[in-house]
Design a protein around this ligand. Structure first.
Ligand code: MTE
Ligand code: MO
Length: 317
């Protein structure tokens, strides 16, 4: 096998999954003596013990293309927003202690019949695929990663909302004993996010179970998180344990904290500045490159129609 050594940020997107698989295979084959660090071996072993490990890597859906390199895991996995584990970006070690099994997802509210389903049962019922998505945080940094997951629309179909349901609300777990950040009583825990049902049915709305061709690391929101890449990153809620269908628009975590800065719609728009900074450009994780930010984070062809008749709403913050 030809082994091309390249620096992380030079890994072309076509190699994203094979690279992860390749590392695993090497770790398993050789025990890695002298070749790979203990952390890589440790990671491979942790993955092997994940009850959903055999689901990865899933086949990539080629419909979702990137205009930039994939962000290496060394960067995306070490620079996370996850307030349940602290307000810094270095939350991976703290988050790694979260117990993600057993994990039950409750589906309730305006549905034909409320449902509780174990995460592993859910993941095995759903059509898993890999998608390359950009991610744009409202703080003006961005990354591009290979998520694995399933269309949110498949979960809505399983849930069978009733005719009067208009919104889907997703809640992060709440357990201050495991998540020290939740001891900060001035935050409205649990973290909650929401979409309209029309947004939830859009092809781009994706429920994520994995990344880089393997189960999701805890810092990314294991075992189940959302990815809505045309919106600012705070909409992509992590570690979901409850999904509720409602008639009324929910008050979400960031909106409850600071409605003047973070609203319900939060679609990416370079021309609408945050009250405290410009959204015109973004810093790419890993390379530090500054790139112009795109309307709907470059996903207008998928989602612009959703907002045609909503021009009086505050769509961009
Ligand atoms: N439960 C929960 N979900 C969350 C957050 C959080 O603090 N708690 N942060 C959000 C923000 S601001 C961003 S940018 C993304 C970051 O995802 P990443 O760590 O996978 O890059 O998660 C979002 N989901
Ligand atoms: Mo964010």
């Amino acid at each position: 096998m030809l082994i091309k050594i390249c620096r992380g940020w030079e890994i072309p997107e076509s190699e994203a999954t094979p690279e992860a698989v390749f590392l695993n295979r090497r770790a398993l084959m050789a025990g890695g003596a002298g070749l790979i660090g203990a952390s890589v071996i440790g990671r491979a072993q942790a993955q092997a013990s994940d009850p959903s490990a055999d689901l990865y890597p899933a086949k990539r859906n080629a419909a979702y293309k990137l205009d930039r390199e994939i962000t290496p895991e060394a960067f995306s996995g070490d620079y996370n927003n996850y307030y349940e584990f602290g307000t810094s970006k270095s939350v991976a070690a703290a988050a790694s202690k979260l117990k993600t099994r057993p994990w039950t997802v409750k589906i309730d509210g305006l549905v034909e019949a409320p449902l509780e389903i174990g995460f592993d049962d859910l993941a095995r019922k759903m059509p898993l695929e890999e998608r390359l998505y950009r991610h744009r945080c409202v703080e003006a940094w961005s990354m591009a990663v290979p998520w694995t997951g399933f269309p949110l629309a498949s979960l809505v179909a399983l849930a069978k909302p009733t005719a009067d349901a208009r919104y889907i609300v997703m809640h992060t777990f709440k357990d201050p004993a495991q998540a020290p950040g939740q001891k900060a009583f001035w935050y409205p825990w649990p973290y909650t996010e929401g979409l309209t049902l029309a947004e939830a049915h859009n092809d781009l709305a994706f429920m994520v179970t994995g990344i880089y061709g393997k189960p999701l690391g805890n810092q990314f929101g294991a075992p189940l998180r959302l990815a809505v890449p045309w919106k600012y990153g705070f909409k992509s809620v992590k570690a979901i344990d409850r999904i509720t269908f409602t008639k009324e628009r929910p008050k979400t975590f960031w909106e409850a904290l600071q409605a003047s800065e973070y609203g319900f719609w939060a679609n990416v728009n370079p021309e609408v500045p945050h009250p405290r900074w410009s959204q015109a450009s973004e810093r790419v994780l890993g390379t530090g490159e500054m790139r112009p930010t795109m309307l709907f984070n470059g996903y207008g062809e998928f989602v612009a129609d959703l907002y045609k008749d909503l021009q009086t709403e505050r769509l961009w913050a």
